[in-house]
Design a protein around this ligand. Sequence first.
Ligand code: ASP
Length: 313
Amino acid sequence: MAKKIVVLGTGGTIAGTGPAGGAGYTAAQLGVQALVAGVPGLAQAAPGGLLAEQVAQVDSKDMGCAVWQALVRRCLAHLADPAVGGIVVTHGTDTLEETAWLLHALLPVDKPVVLTCAMRPATALAPDGPQNLLDAVTLAAHPQARGVLAVVAGVVHGAREVTKAHPQRLDAFASPDAGPFGWVQSGAVRWAHDRPPSVRAPRHGALAGRLPATGWPRVEIVLSHAGADGALVDWMAAGGVRGIVVAATGNGTLHEALQAALARAVAAGVQVRIATRCPLGRMAAIEGAPWQDAAGLSPVKARISLMLALMAQ
Ligand code: ASP
């Protein structure tokens, strides 16, 4: 028997409103009930029924641990309900990839959790949100869908790869290098390579039910660039930062002054991860250094992994 799909609203441009056809708008205005009610055909895409629940109402540029904790809690509760077949999360585009990676690290994988968003507000002349929401519900109701996925502009992305790659385009997201997991076309899901993506148990599943709403370990991101001098790193270490992710040049290379400051931070007990600032490809693994590479993660995702690792310690 078909199971229920739960749509959790968190805000974003998909829930944004502004003057019809006008340039400006405010994100996170419409409730998730209104978003669901505004999409013809949504009920047919979820034959087991739909339940809409507002978890937060934020512009995702302002995303933080309190909303993440609330979202993880609601996902855990719904995923544990045998009557629920999958979850859709409506989200802003700006930090969608961070939330996707967090959920991927925490949630059980036996049911799908599908994030979606929009580049245009709900009041635009031709909004993209309704189609994205329909595609997300279609994907969440698909019997082979598992784990955390994102669908935007008909393209299905995995949590590890997905990234916002364009500030304006409707098709703003990419899965660089690995390519997409699939597509949703005319109401049907088509998997890349004709097979559904494989899933692995969440790395920090034991943390999911006990995340605090505040006080997550402080982890900052610094950039290695021409003229970097490491002063920020010294300042952060003196201020009690627990972890630093470096968006390093090229194959994980560091400005020598920044490198010296990072070595001082490590000596003071700060954990350091090195990611590359290159948008494509994966830097080589680091060996024999006082820090680790970020296992192919982008700097923003590496920050989430390091926060969770510090919480788990
Ligand atoms: N600032 C918005 C947000 O991330 C942008 C969007 O959703 O497109 O919430």
